[in-house]
Write a new protein. Sequence first.
Length: 130
Amino acid sequence: MVSTWPQELQNGDAVVLLQAAGKRHPDLANVPLVIEYAKTDMGKKLVQGVINNFGATARPYVVTPGTPKTRIEILRKAFMDTMKDPEFAAELKKAKLDLNPLDGATLERNIRELFALDQSLIPKLSEILK
């Protein structure tokens, strides 16, 4: 949003009401998370499973099954090191892009939780997504 609508956000023509994420964006510290409005345990589970876990996995980098764990760890470290690289950060800033990457362990946990979604939630999720 910052790179797409900077003027609108700055002058108040666009206002961020909610964050559909697992944690607050640093620039939106006062904007509530969707899960804070879930009134029931089912609602919280649906938000966690579908918005927080699935949404955060929208553009993953993946390797083939059977990739050695040592290689996976090397790739994960290289990726996160790149995300912290000052030159990379400068290029992002110059392009007015915001990046909030997940580390590999968090992404893996989110996917595991998504596939372990309580089966009793599926009918409600199907109803919501119609």
